[in-house]
Design a protein around this ligand. Structure first.
Ligand SMILES: [Fe+2]
Length: 403
């Protein structure tokens, strides 16, 4: 479909989406931040009177010993815990249902998630299903819960998804491999701990991939048609924090200041996901994940520079403003030069990170399916600044292959 026709078709849907976003009552979690924040969060859970907490995590974090001090802190304050460590990457409905059974058999009065985006999404849906009596599949869609979730607390172990602040959770169908979206502000946690001690164990490649996911959220939010002064402030700060700290977080794994800055950046960009949403970088990257199992952050890194260039004709002044705000361009530089300085800086960051950016897995036979699915995903859902047609996606995929 030509880009202009796609835009005209998408406009009514985007108008409705914008109206829903405006009236949706979205709260934000109380944030504990800094070294020891996770333990302070556990103390707060006890102080709030919860007595039976389901801890949702994955086997790796359990084996790394991340869970034991938190469970001990809860026990010391009289809180019983049950552990569900069955979270897997791209969690399926079966993974969520198993966690829900653990939640019910523990008669949990609160859920504590310790983990990355997959664990947080799993915990959000467990908490909503537990309080509503609905199955995870019945919660797929927008506002299907219709009542508050079980009180939810989150300790992110990665800095990228910002899922602790977003109203959405992604669950996979293990048969069709389709991603199902649960959207409900009732899943927003009561509190989250951004603790650099927790993320300090992250390998450099995961730090880089998740950090670029956060950067992509912030940049797509900056270019979004739904951007506003509030999202600009948060996304702009997130971009600054990431440009200043991501490389150091990779090369100095125990640099707690860099880790904390990345956790905050991810959180700020996560807040904005609820308003400014995402764009074509994610739409194309999701297909690379589905088609070739490319990890989400790495796929974003491969696509991001190309979509930034594609968007230039619609967003050059805004990207130039961002470049000047970040000190990447002289205040007297014209928009073209300033926007280019920003794109160059993003490219330099990508090149400096331990990222596998080769797109050698791409097959030109797959271009039509990738393009169709990416455009289907984006149009009417993502407030993109400039519309693509299939040929635009082909050009981006070809440029990735020849990069
Ligand atoms: Fe993302």
């Amino acid at each position: 479909m030509p880009a202009l026709l796609s835009r005209l078709t998408a406009l009514p849907k985007l108008g409705a989406l914008k109206a829903i976003i405006k009236v949706l009552p979205v709260s934000q979690p109380l944030i504990f931040i800094g070294e020891g924040a996770a333990l302070r969060l556990c103390n707060s859970i006890a102080d709030q009177g919860y007595r039976r907490v389901l801890i949702v995590t994955d086997d790796v974090l359990k084996r790394l010993g991340v869970i034991t001090p938190l469970a001990t802190a809860l026990h010391d304050r009289g809180v019983a815990t049950a552990l569900y460590d069955g979270v897997r990457p791209d969690p399926s409905f079966e993974v969520v249902e198993a966690g829900l059974r653990a939640c019910r058999s523990a008669n949990a009065d609160a859920v504590l998630v310790v983990g990355g985006g997959s664990a947080i999404d799993t915990g959000k849906v467990i908490a909503l299903a537990a309080s509503t009596g609905k199955s995870p599949r019945q919660l797929v869609g927008v506002l299907k819960g219709r009542r508050p979730a079980l009180p939810l607390f989150v300790v992110p172990s990665t800095s990228g998804t910002g899922s602790e602040a977003s109203i959405a959770a992604v669950i996979s169908d293990s048969v069709t491999h389709e991603k199902a979206l649960v959207v409900d502000p009732a899943m927003i946690p009561l509190a989250a701990a951004l603790d650099p001690r927790i993320t300090a164990g992250m390998p450099a490649a995961v730090t880089a991939e998740t950090g670029i996911d956060a950067l992509t959220h912030a940049l797509e939010g900056w270019m979004s048609e739904f951007a506003n002064p509030h999202t600009d402030r948060l996304n702009g700060t997130a971009i600054r924090l990431i440009l200043d700290n991501l490389e150091r977080a990779c090369t100095e794994p125990s640099n707690l200041a860099a880790r904390e800055a990345m956790a905050l950046a991810s959180h700020y960009a996560g807040i904005c996901l609820n308003t400014s949403a995402i764009g074509y970088v994610h739409a194309i990257a999701h297909q690379l994940g589905a088609c070739y199992a490319v990890p989400h952050g790495r796929a974003n890194a491969m696509v991001l520079p190309h979509v930034l260039r594609f968007n230039l004709s619609a967003r050059e002044p805004r990207l130039a403003r961002l470049a000047r705000m970040l000190g990447l361009a002289d205040l007297r530089a014209n928009d073209a030069a300033a926007a280019d300085a920003l794109i160059q800086r993003v490219g330099a960051l990508l090149a400096a990170l331990p990222l596998q950016l080769s797109a050698s897995m791409l097959r030109s036979n797959d271009y039509p399916a990738i393009a169709r699915k990416a455009l289907d995903e984006a149009h009417g859902m993502y407030p993109v600044p400039r519309y693509m047609d299939e040929a635009d996606v082909y050009r981006i995929l070809a440029a990735m292959q020849s990069a």
